[in-house]
Write a protein that binds this ligand. Structure first.
Ligand SMILES: [Zn+2]
Length: 115
């Protein structure tokens, strides 16, 4: 996943993959997409069909680290166990079971040992 890749080449490949399905291939381009990195650069004149496909692809992307928002603190850094790195809250079924168990233990202790 961390091997270097050329973003301009990736954009060119995306355009090549989507362009054959453009229902109006003879229409003028509606946007210019420019990409320049240390590995390469390119400027692409793209059709309405292609720019819409790019926007859909970008809108559909979710970061692999994106596991939602913590209901406790609103933080966005839940680890793979749905454990909030910001406030420590556990999410998901396991987190709910642990929270309910802790509440029962606390209630039982309070009943046995009222202050
Ligand atoms: Zn949190």
């Amino acid at each position: 996943m961390n091997t270097p890749f050329d973003p301009a080449a990736v954009v060119a490949e995306f355009i090549d993959a989507v362009s054959p399905y453009d229902p109006h291939p003879d229409d003028d381009p509606v946007a210019m997409i420019g990409v320049r990195t240390a590995l390469g650069e390119g400027v692409f004149a793209v059709s309405d069909h292609v720019v819409r496909a790019m926007c859909k692809a970008l809108a559909a992307y979710r970061d692999p680290e994106d596991r939602g928002v913590c209901v406790g603190c609103g933080g966005r850094h839940l680890d793979e166990n749905l454990h909030c790195r910001d406030c420590g809250r556990l999410h998901g079924i396991l987190g709910q079971v642990i929270a309910q168990h802790a509440a029962r233990v606390a209630a039982a202790e309070a009943a046995q040992d009222p202050l």
